[in-house]
Design a protein around this ligand. Structure first.
Ligand SMILES: [Zn+2]
Length: 450
């Protein structure tokens, strides 16, 4: 058995060491049980002490920096190893363990090769029933993420925690044959941009167009630009609607220090080039303020307002995408400060003649010609019924009574890879390389070591 394990490892490692990660399983513990039935378990203190046990050993915190294993006192840090699969508190993890001091107790750290680590991670991030090429893309994302974030918990004596703060890791219990295959088939592959590990964000469903990272987190990253999905797809999040009380929204906002008095209205004040809501204006009895739509979504509840592809009030974008998939609509495009082209000018004149604008809007356009794009989109929205491809998300939609309804499509921040998008691409024959190149343009797949 022992021989077989070693032998397989030699075959799987053609001259390439499996980079070890330190994963924090638990912090500040005062006891731990390690078990490997009928096998020897060895504890080695970095200061030289050593103790061996058969099948099982109880470890107890004795005093700060010292543990008692069986009847032997050992100074921390202590390494716990076995030639067989070793369980910690009845949960099996590959690799070995390290106990490091944390106050009067210790942190339990799993020292595991990155490839084995991924096998204990992927099940929480993907659906094993999905096409292999989408699983491989997600595997490369998870590997890149782990290595890019190495050392994140350095002050606690490990690289990554086992919770969603880093990536949920459940060891051998979470392993799944098809996912292990995906790990093996992409062994050592990571996504790099200009030689450095890329920031591999992903989300459930882009709603037809991914988001530019700058619209969500403010920073600009060349390979995290928004782009249309190459293919139309359906997901459980293709359309959604949620109705909330203004008082409920007001409470969430004021808990984050955003106060406009009693909240009386919410309106969309700008959209980005893809048609996503970029900014939201909140009106209340003591003033008004404009915040980023992504911030609004996070504060109000990202599970309620599932994406920034939303409209407010009467005009659900969910029923009909504001822009056709795979194509940016010029009508709902660019920021309002972009000059109008000749066709748009003509349209605006026609709308003016049809009496679509209020007097104050015409005045506003005269004083601020740069706002004509904004008014053109307003007019298009007023004109076209649901389903028109030129329809832009609603601006200044009225809020009636104490409730407000948000309608939208997609789920998640929209940055990077869309999982449902990747699934549909894999189903239509795209391989994982092509999928990753699409969602992270300018990056390349390369090996861990170079
Ligand atoms: Zn963490």
């Amino acid at each position: 058995m022992v021989f077989a394990t070693v032998f397989l490892q030699v075959i799987a490692l053609p001259g390439e060491a499996d980079s070890a990660l330190l994963i924090g399983l638990s912090t500040g513990d005062d006891r731990a049980v390690f078990a490997a039935p009928n096998a020897q378990i060895t504890l080695i203190s970095s200061s030289g002490g050593k103790a061996s046990f058969r099948s099982t050993v109880n470890v107890v915190a004795l005093s700060p920096g010292v543990v008692k294993a069986g009847s032997v006192n050992l100074k921390l840090p202590v390494t716990v190893r076995s030639n067989a699969l070793l369980r910690w508190n009845n949960r099996p993890y590959r690799g070995h363990y390290r106990l490091v001091q944390q106050g009067a107790g210790f942190n339990v750290v799993n020292v595991v090769g990155v490839e084995d680590y991924l096998k204990g991670v992927l099940k929480m991030e993907v659906n094993p029933a999905w096409p292999m090429e989408s699983l491989k893309a997600q595997t490369i994302i998870a590997r890149t993420y782990a290595l890019r974030n190495r050392g994140r918990h350095g002050s606690s004596g490990f690289d990554l925690c086992a919770l969603s703060h880093c990536q949920v890791y459940r060891g051998v219990n979470a392993e799944e044959r098809v996912l292990s295959k995906s790990v093996d088939q992409t062994r050592g592959q990571v996504l790099k941009y200009q030689g450095a590990l890329a920031a591999t964000f992903y989300h459930a469903d882009s709603g037809g167009h991914t988001a530019d990272v700058s619209s969500v987190w403010g920073s600009s990253i060349p390979y995290l630009k928004g782009s249309p999905e190459p293919m139309k797809y359906q997901s459980p999040y293709s359309s959604w609607t949620t109705t909330m009380r203004l008082s409920e929204i007001q409470r969430s906002l004021s808990s984050k220090g955003i106060n406009v008095g009693k909240l009386t209205g919410i309106s969309i004040s700008s959209i980005d080039s893809a048609g996503r809501t970029a900014n939201v204006t909140l009106t209340g009895t003591s003033g008004r303020t404009t915040i980023r739509a992504s911030q609004f979504r996070t504060i109000v509840g990202p599970d309620r307002i599932r994406s920034t592809f939303f409209s407010i009030g009467r005009d659900p974008v969910a029923a009909a995408p504001a822009i056709p998939y795979g194509n940016t609509s010029p009508g709902s495009g660019e920021d309002e400060l972009i000059p109008l082209n000749a066709k748009d000018e003509q349209m605006l004149i026609a709308f003016t003649q049809q009496g679509l604008f209020k007097t104050e809007e015409l005045m506003d356009m005269l004083i601020k010609p740069e706002k004509r794009g904004l008014y053109l989109r307003k007019a298009l929205e007023r004109q076209s019924g649901p389903g028109s491809p030129q329809k832009a998300p609603s601006f200044d939609a009225p809020v009636t009574g104490d409730t407000v309804t948000f309608s939208g499509r997609g789920w998640g921040h929209g940055v990077g890879l869309s999982q449902w998008g990747a699934k549909s691409l894999a189903e239509s024959g795209w391989d994982h390389r092509k999928i990753l190149k699409h969602y992270f343009p300018g990056t390349e797949i390369s090996r861990i070591s170079n």
